[in-house]
Design a protein around this ligand. Structure first.
Ligand SMILES: NC(=O)C1=CN([C@@H]2O[C@H](COP(=O)(O)OP(=O)(O)OC[C@H]3O[C@@H](n4cnc5c(N)ncnc54)[C@H](O)[C@@H]3O)[C@@H](O)[C@H]2O)C=CC1
Ligand SMILES: O=C(O)[C@@H]1CCC=N1
Length: 264
């Protein structure tokens, strides 16, 4: 697999790390205007770092675009004459529709729109994907690429904005929950390092319980909550303080914002 990551910023570099972590490419091109911050990736023998997007496109088959939405159109214009049937164009750009991409590069290209998250750097991203009509022929390939770096789900394009909030912004939401749990653990007497260790591994365990067993969260909660015990007492206090409600409201507020950005 010859992969190019066009726009090696926060997300692009996370994807690059995920590709390296999962041995997912024979060659990888990383592009950015200023190369200083990514030069060190050349220590991996199969990685080329360049500010020339056209060179990266020429030498690659899978093109993953991870630039800011305002830069995407111009970059597509810059490389469109190089695109052939060997290329699969994968966009990670928030709010940039497949039809807008087709207007620039044509509907005769394999186009995948994706929404990964930064946990892709440790091969643990939840990535939602959809495609144009022709891209359906490459959707299994796209799934295989993202499944090496976590878990993927094909969704209708209309749900892409909602997926952005749950999966991409979701990393920030879960981080804040882990941080708050850590602060609670410190108050109970653990030092900061231990407190974070307890919080993050318990979080990981909770998610894995659901992933491995296929159970519903309330079923797992029932197993932990001893009648008249400490868990139900703490849980009910969290709900009196609005835990579930504040999470749901935060998610809906993020979604409203992303819809505004798209209109703007
Ligand atoms: N950060 C995240 O968790 C997620 C971000 N996204 C989307 O991914 C895209 C990138 O986001 P970030 O990585 O956070 O942004 P970023 O600003 O960190 O990265 C964009 C990179 O593109 C580079 N760039 C700009 N013009 C270029 C050009 N002409 N050629 C090559 N590279 C160029 C910039 O130097 C920068 O390094 C955005 O569209 C965002 O909506 C999607 C999912 C998650
Ligand atoms: O915060 C944002 O708007 C972008 C989209 C998802 C992650 N970062």
């Amino acid at each position: 697999m010859k992969i190019a990551i066009i726009g090696a910023g926060n997300l692009g570099l996370s994807i690059a790390k995920g590709v390296l972590h999962s041995n997912g490419a024979t060659t990888m091109y990383l592009t950015k205007r200023n190369l200083d911050e990514i030069k060190n990736f050349e220590k991996y023998g199969n990685v080329t770092v360049t500010s020339d997007n056209r060179e990266a496109v020429k030498h690659s088959d899978i093109l993953i675009f991870a630039v800011q939405p305002g830069h995407f159109q111009a970059i597509l214009e810059q490389v469109k004459d190089l695109l052939t049937e060997k290329h699969v164009v994968i966009s990670t750009i928030t709010g940039f529709s497949i039809s807008k991409m087709e207007e620039t590069i044509g509907s005769d290209k394999y186009i995948i729109r994706s929404m990964p998250n930064t946990a892709i750097s440790v091969s643990n991203s939840m990535t939602c994907i959809c495609s144009n009509e022709l891209g359906k022929k490459r959707i299994d390939l796209a799934k295989a690429i993202f499944n090496r770096m976590g878990h993927s789900l094909e969704i209708p394009e209309e749900q892409m904005q909602a997926a952005t909030v749950i999966c991409a912004s979701g990393i920030a939401f879960w981080m804040r929950l882990i941080r708050a749990t850590t602060q609670g653990a410190i108050q109970l007497g653990f030092d900061a390092k231990e407190a974070q260790e307890l919080a993050m591994h318990t979080c990981n365990g909770a998610a894995n319980l659901l992933i491995e067993s296929g159970t519903h969260p309330e079923e797992e909660i029932d197993r932990v909550t001893t009648p008249k015990g400490c868990t139900i007492e703490g849980l009910n206090e969290m709900e009196h303080q609005g835990l579930s409600s504040s999470l749901i409201r935060g998610i809906v507020t993020s979604f409203e914002k992303i819809s505004q950005i798209r209109k703007g």
